[in-house]
Design a protein around this ligand. Structure first.
Ligand code: CP
Length: 313
């Protein structure tokens, strides 16, 4: 029998890899309560009143940055948004110097997105504030995997035994790494699919099935999670053309008609419409893509609350 837990062991959330299934369940259960807060006329609770959260985004973001900021405001935290553009980073100041200067102004938590894997851990090892990884290079994006799991659990009622096919640019995705850690810990069955040039060698050692056909990956899936082709991280194209990619790996309504009844389609965003997913699918009845965005606020409220100083004392 699984033991229950009422707190997270670490002061930081750097990835899913080191969370236990009990900690994952705690975050998802806590998020359920916070989703109800977001549905009230007055969408605010005093849980983090008096705490300062700095959002340190050194790489582009729409969903994660906005979602964290909304979550912080709904918990009554004071928030400060810091981006590299317009800061002394443009004059050559290092990440550590930037973070230590921000720390001198006594934030309780720092949410960081950075293009270098390991940047959040570097801050977590040096600073007393709680560090939350909002995406570090191709390493991890833990709150994305948590909001994906929340959405699957909300729609299908469970994670255990659910067949999840993750299709696309597996090689460059931090989302897939966090999702594989989370879904395998929670006993879901995970398949990854894509062209061989976009699948890392030995990924099956993480406990996933590997396929090179989208039709085989769709067959029997309860959840189809499409991933963006990350042209900015590829250097050069790993397949002949975007048109050919769409023809061989794009999720179209025709392909989806052969899927299991009740299948749900997910995408972390931003989407390349007409490359990995057809617009008719992204906007169709199978899609839970905007539910993922809605649930992101509740999940980030849960993470902030569970790491927040007052809760941990
Ligand atoms: N899913 C996700 O991380 O989106 P953003 O890059 O817009 O934050």
């Amino acid at each position: 029998m699984r033991t229950q837990t009422s707190s997270l062991r670490s002061k930081d959330l750097l990835g899913i890899e080191h969370l236990t299934p009990e900690e994952i369940t705690l975050i998802l259960d806590t998020a359920e309560g916070f989703k109800e807060v977001s549905e009230r006329p007055v969408k605010k609770v005093p849980a983090l009143r008096g705490q300062l959260v700095i959002n340190l985004f050194m790489e582009a973001s729409t969903r994660t940055r906005v979602s964290f900021e909304i979550a912080e405001k709904r918990l009554s935290a004071d928030t400060l948004n810091f981006t590299a553009s317009g800061s002394s980073v443009e004059k050559g100041e290092t990440l550590i110097d930037t973070a230590e200067n921000l720390m001198a102004m006594a934030p309780d938590m720092i949410v960081i997105r950075h293009k270098y894997p390991g940047a959040p851990k570097m801050l977590a090892d040096r600073l007393p504030a709680s560090i939350i990884n909002a995406g570090d290079g191709a390493h991890e994006h833990p709150t994305q995997a948590l909001l994906d799991a929340f959405t699957i659990r909300e729609r299908l009622g469970r994670l255990h035994g659910v067949n999840v096919s993750i299709i696309g640019d597996i090689a460059h995705s931090r989302v897939v790494r966090s999702n594989i850690h989370l879904l395998t810990k929670m006993k879901a069955n995970v398949t990854v699919a894509g062209p061989p040039t976009l699948i890392p060698v030995e990924i099956e050692k993480l406990g996933v099935r590997v396929l090179h056909s989208i039709d085989e990956a769709i067959d029997g899936a309860d959840v189809i999670m499409m991933l963006r082709i990350q042209l900015e991280r590829q250097g050069k194209l790993r397949f002949p053309s975007l048109r050919e990619y769409y023809n061989t790996f794009g999720l179209t309504p025709q392909r989806l008609r052969r899927a299991k009844e009740g299948v749900i389609v997910m995408h972390p965003g931003p989407m390349n419409r007409g490359v990995e997913i057809a617009s008719d699918v992204a906007d169709g009845p199978w899609s839970v893509i905007l539910d993922q965005v809605t649930n992101g606020v509740a999940v980030r409220m849960a993470v902030l609350y569970l790491l927040g100083g007052a809760h941990r004392e």
